[in-house]
Design a protein around this ligand. Structure first.
Ligand SMILES: *[C@@H]1O[C@H](CO)[C@@H](O)[C@H](O)[C@H]1NC(C)=O
Length: 324
């Protein structure tokens, strides 16, 4: 059937891209489910951006995912494509629910805050495809995958460790004491609603920043909308947001000169020398904000001051290239 073939294409394209997640022996449906669940949680599209794909003259369309949907009597249409600059673009018609005429839009995915949108949009498109091919049962199973049943600490730690594995770096061991300290700080941030202040900016000698004879590293994510999601999903989203800074990393390694990009969350997440981590989450309805705090031991992003005063940075030995 022509329709199935057409709709099958994008999934095939993503199978190629996301084969990191291939589990031998899985049927197509299971594989598709896992892949879409992973896309919704956000790693796959970074690979799309990084890999050298053939791109046609107009710079588009070797990979696109089309979605046609009847909505309020109008057809909505969305296509995700990649430009020459390896940006993912979503083009479509957005039928307006208030009886306004359909609007044409073109959005660069990945520009929104919080890291959630581009994956969700791509996943949404893929879910339609999955349903067209495998029927509603596939979508029901998918929702079990996506509604992350893991507890918060496990969910965020797993996602950070999946990202570390992409660089061939050993996992961060989840640590109770670091969890307790991170939670204490997340609670305070939520109570004060005063933005994502780092404990080390407030008191760099605070005992919470020392652990087992080492300095403790700290990353914070401050996200909007306190009520929409689960702690686990917000944890995964924070880890994705931190990892997304990989786009600005000056490979082969950062030498300490200002890159103009924020990269410090990414480099801490994949820092080879960090062994343990703990996490906290605070929700504030006063400022409608979610604060997520991660603590790492030993700290990443370290540098050493030499006797002659020179600063030596340690990114080269600790931020490893992607393994493919
Ligand atoms: C993330 O954590 C590391 C290690 O503590 C720190 O150097 C870096 O500044 C943090 N990143 C940001 C952007 O806050």
């Amino acid at each position: 059937m022509a329709r199935t073939t057409l709709l099958g294409l994008p999934l095939v394209a993503l199978f190629l891209v996301c084969n990191l997640y291939l589990v031998a022996g899985d049927g197509d449906t299971q594989y598709g489910l896992d892949m879409v669940a992973k896309a919704s949680r956000g790693v796959c599209w970074y690979e799309k951006l990084q890999k050298p794909y053939p791109i046609d003259e107009q710079g588009v369309n070797y990979e696109s995912c089309n979605m046609n949907q009847k909505y309020d009597g109008q057809t909505s249409y969305e296509e995700i494509r990649k430009t020459k600059e390896r940006k993912l673009i979503s083009d479509g018609f957005d039928p307006n629910a208030d009886g306004q005429p359909a609007k044409q839009f073109s959005k660069v995915l990945g520009d929104s805050s919080g890291g959630a949108y581009p994956y969700k949009s791509l996943a949404h498109c893929l879910i339609q495809t999955l349903e067209a091919i495998n029927g509603p049962k596939a979508v029901a199973e998918l929702s079990e995958h996506i509604n992350n049943p893991k507890p918060f600490h496990q969910a965020i730690n797993d996602r950070e460790n999946e990202n570390r594995a992409r660089h061939g770096v050993a996992p961060l061991q989840l640590d109770n004491e670091l969890n307790v300290r991170a939670q204490r700080w997340a609670d305070k941030l939520a109570k004060d609603c005063a933005g994502s202040h780092h404990l080390y900016d407030v008191d760099k000698n605070h005992p919470d920043l020392q652990y087992e004879g080492e300095h403790v590293g700290e990353n914070i994510s401050e996200g909007g909308s306190n009520t929409l999601t689960s702690d686990a999903e917000d944890g995964v989203s924070a880890a994705n947001g931190w990892y997304s800074e990989i786009e600005g990393y000056p490979w082969p390694y950062y030498n300490g000169y200002n890159t103009g990009n924020v990269i410090g969350h990414f480099t801490q997440q994949v820092w080879k020398g960090s062994k343990k981590a703990g996490y906290g989450i605070g929700r504030s309805s006063n400022c409608d904000t979610i604060f997520i705090v991660a603590r790492y031991s030993p700290s990443g992003n370290t540098r050493t001051q030499m006797p002659n005063g020179e600063l030596v940075y340690h990114y080269k030995e600790n931020v490893m290239p992607l393994v493919h």
